[in-house]
Design a protein around this ligand. Structure first.
Ligand code: TZP
Ligand code: MG
Length: 214
């Protein structure tokens, strides 16, 4: 994996509950057409076989758009479909074990909810971290919001790429960008919208406008 993936700005995660009646592939293709530049398959309530089938389909789609594919939780599925990497939470397989299985060339992202977790993930060799949930979100119920102050701290202290996540919409993204985030992740705001491509373009417009103001 070349290091080009690090240039991503808009990270979109699947969330099938947000688009009943519309297929995952249609919604993710619209997301890619809108300019999402990294995609994660996150399927918490599915059998492993269902996740595997979706991973194969998304692998084909993301290859067509030349966009990296990350698999949430399932290292074995990531390897089976030749995904670019995995995303792990604080209670998943430890980073060192995941790295041993995946090797140096696959991307490993870690969810973090505090600067201590972020510094540890960076020290342990994560390729990127998630910083969130910035705002309360129904996609991760019960998890307290870390607010933009954690985004600010991450921007000052973390050297590897970090992506702000959680409750981010086109209405509040400017607050997150102003706090120092260069990369934004969204689930419901994009895959749950009537027009995912349009939402992606709006997010990217905000991100690029924020670049201009720096
Ligand atoms: N990790 C932290 S917040 C979150 C995850 C997976 C959910 C983000 O979803 P949404 O719908 O963009 O708030
Ligand atoms: Mg997990």
């Amino acid at each position: 994996m070349s290091s080009k993936w690090k240039d991503f700005r808009l990270y979109v995660i699947t969330g099938v509950n947000y688009h009943p009646g519309r297929s995952l592939m249609t919604v993710m293709e619209q997301t890619l057409q809108g300019g999402a530049d990294i995609i994660q398959l996150r399927a918490k309530d599915m059998t492993k076989r269902e996740v595997l089938a979706q991973a194969y389909a998304l692998r084909k789609l993301t290859r067509h758009y030349d966009v990296p594919l990350i698999i949430n939780d399932h290292i074995d599925i990531a390897l089976a479909v030749d995904a670019d990497g995995v995303h792990l939470g604080q209670d998943d397989l430890p980073l060192a074990e995941a790295r041993r299985i995946l090797g140096a060339d696959r991307i490993i992202g870690i969810s973090t909810h505090s600067i201590e977790q972020a510094l540890r993930a960076e020290r342990d060799g994560a390729d990127y971290i998630g910083v969130g949930p910035v705002f309360p979100t129904g996609t991760k119920p019960g998890r307290q919001a870390v607010t933009t102050s954690y985004v600010q701290e991450a921007a000052q202290r973390i050297r590897i790429p970090f992506v702000a996540i959680g409750g981010i919409t086109t209405s509040n993204v400017n607050e997150v960008l102003a706090a120092g985030a260069a990369r934004i992740c969204a689930v419901s705001a994009i895959v749950g919208s009537d027009d995912p491509a349009h939402e992606c373009r709006s997010f990217l417009q905000a991100i690029h406008a924020s670049d201009q103001s720096k």
